[in-house]
Design a protein around this ligand. Sequence first.
Ligand code: FAD
Length: 341
Amino acid sequence: MCATGGSGLSTLKYGTSKENVRSMLVVTPQGELIRTRAKTRKSSTGYELNALYLGAEGTLGLIVEITVRIVPLPKLRCGAVVRFPSVGQAAQTTSDVVAMNLSTLLRCELMNDEGIKVTNTVFKTTLPCAPTLFLEFVGNRKEEMLSDWDSFRARAVANGAESHTFAEDGAQLDALWDARRGCYLGAMRYRGLESGTNSKEKVYVGDVCVPASKLSECIAITEREFKKARFPCVICAHIADGNFHCLIPFQESERAALLALEDKVIGHAIALGGSASGEHGVGIGKQKYLILEHGGAHIDVQRRIKRALDPLNIMNPGKIISWDPSDAERIGPQRPELARL
Ligand SMILES: Cc1cc2nc3c(=O)[nH]c(=O)nc-3n(C[C@H](O)[C@H](O)[C@H](O)COP(=O)(O)OP(=O)(O)OC[C@H]3O[C@@H](n4cnc5c(N)ncnc54)[C@H](O)[C@@H]3O)c2cc1C
């Protein structure tokens, strides 16, 4: 999680790993052990090395110890699912509610209607096929959580929510959330069940992130591209973060079509001011989008950091930043179709 700068379903309340790691011990490529920063809340003594190593995917050093912020476990949980006529209305509600800064709202996740359909097919549930927000509230005082839920529901109704189901305790809540937790497995089994072969498929997981104000536009474009490419479009979104996963079941014979679709989805997200990856990282597969997202000069700064800190290129070579600038230059101009988006 530290090496990929990862995050998850509770980011809305607690932040990503980048916000929760206070200090780290890192072994440099030269074999020295360094502490990235003091363990204090504030420190203003030079470059922020914590930020440099978090999300570096092991390309600059090996993390061997972390110091994290801890928070007390809340005693109570409750939550709801809320259904909307459109993803746009769900996204608008989410951005309204994020601005209200509800202190007990832990999670706010979206599944699109096709995602719900897949869940119904695979898990034999009978959920209404509509864009659905999944919510969880946590705290130590029930009144506070219910008051936050009332505020949420009022915004949702004002934005045209069609219906909701409320779960007043943890057990009911877990049952409500099963659909969201099962979406990866659902995508894996969906087409096999539909076709009667019962086979499981590989699942590609996309991970774009866009500014909250662009989320509904980006999801609408993405759904359209999927329809054109004839892949089922299962979207599970960390919607409060503007980050969404497209789960695409595919066969090896469809790999070229899948990669073409990935180019389009990521290209649109970047054109809307977004990022190719919100939490999964770059590795090898997303290198080709880096210049499109950041520009050549930015990537050159990243390459110079890599070359300065790891001159022998021994730390996870070939990941994130290409060693040779001509590799990066080759990637950019050869992808004019993305530059036009
Ligand atoms: C189905 C699926 C769902 C996912 N969902 C989420 C999600 O909700 N949120 C999220 O954040 N991510 C998610 N991911 C991605 C996930 O963050 C990464 O796969 C995860 O961080 C990998 O952890 P790992 O321990 O397996 O690391 P590895 O795969 O072993 O390593 C990940 C990277 O970190 C580097 N690394 C490993 N250890 C160290 C170290 N000690 N020091 C420096 N670098 C190191 C490796 O070189 C590699 O580049 C998901 C992935 C999949 C396949």
